[in-house]
Design a protein around this ligand. Structure first.
Ligand code: G
Ligand code: G
Ligand code: MN
Ligand code: NA
Length: 250
């Protein structure tokens, strides 16, 4: 059976789940929220990584309903968390460019009664490729509704500083490749330093992704990162393990 056929049936068969990874506020010394990460558990294939099925979902026109499911589910679950916890949701470029995207967001917020400032959308630089006026208008509309916008995987891909000028992001997420290297390679350390300095100057929060060791954590603190996320704190966990994850990081 082709992966595509299984993917088309996966939603009806309720094979998707959201896992949550804590994002840690280094200054306040507590969890500031969770990033939702989509998981597909197929009965025969086992766990299929998102890197495989998200591009396929985009190709076969399934990303809109799938992305809508993710947003609805994430908002619905986060609405039950303590108020100070935010929920971050990844949004791919094709999802973002869908003319119905702003409506999907509005519906998810209305249906869950989640306060919009608790919802953060993670977009990558690929969303901004071409710097179209529609994209910038959508970003401003979402911000006007009270949502927060984070620039994910910063420093990879089509990285361009002009993106930081075209829109007032709330957050820059420093790609894990720099974080991983920062304790060993001077270049990576200086790149982390430059990004945090840039973020600070522009009034944007900086988050170090992929922190796996105490050494990396200390390095990120020294460079002035505001937040950290990674296996050192916790792997992404199912919703049923959220409470114990929060307790373990107290
Ligand atoms: O944890 P990890 O293997 O989950 O994620 C792999 C990639 O898949 C990352 O780039 C992540 O941003 C992306 N991803 C995870 N969940 C979602 C989702 O719900 N929607 C989109 N568009 N991308 C996601
Ligand atoms: O592209 P995005 O940053 O959304 O993807 C997050 C991805 O990073 C997910 O696949 C998630 O499981 C993974 N991830 C989160 N923390 C760590 C970590 O400490 N180490 C590694 N190797 N991957 C991580
Ligand atoms: Mn992300
Ligand atoms: Na990222």
């Amino acid at each position: 059976r082709a992966l595509e056929i299984d993917l088309r049936e996966a939603m009806d068969k309720q094979e998707f789940a959201l896992f949550y990874q804590p994002i840690y506020d280094l200054r306040r010394d507590r969890i500031s929220g969770f990033e939702a990460l989509l998981r597909w558990q197929h009965p025969n294939r086992g766990f299929v990584p998102p890197d495989q099925f998200i591009p396929l979902a985009e190709e076969i026109g399934l990303i809109a309903p799938l992305g809508e499911w993710v947003l609805n589910r994430a908002c619905e679950q986060a609405a039950n968390w303590p108020d100070e916890l935010k929920i971050a949701v990844n949004v791919s470029a094709s999802q973002f460019r869908d003319p119905k995207f702003a409506d999907v967001i509005a519906n998810a917020i209305d249906a869950s009664a989640l306060s919009p400032h608790r919802l953060e959308l993670e977009i990558t630089e690929s969303v901004l490729l071409g710097n179209s006026s529609e994209t910038i208008a959508t970003l401003h509309e979402l911000k006007a509704r009270g949502l927060r916008i984070a620039l994910d995987d910063f420093g990879t891909g089509y990285s361009s500083l002009s993106y930081l000028r075209s829109f007032p992001f709330d957050k820059i997420k420093i790609d894990q490749s720099f974080v991983r290297d920062a304790t060993a390679t001077k270049g990576s350390k200086l790149i982390v330093r430059a990004i945090t300095s840039l973020g600070r100057s522009l009034g944007m929060t900086t988050t170090a992704e992929g922190v796996e060791t105490v050494e990396q954590l200390n390095q990120m603190k020294a460079e002035g990162c505001n937040e950290a996320q990674g296996f050192l704190f916790s792997r992404p966990v199912p919703a049923t393990e959220l409470a114990s994850t929060i307790l373990s990081l107290r």
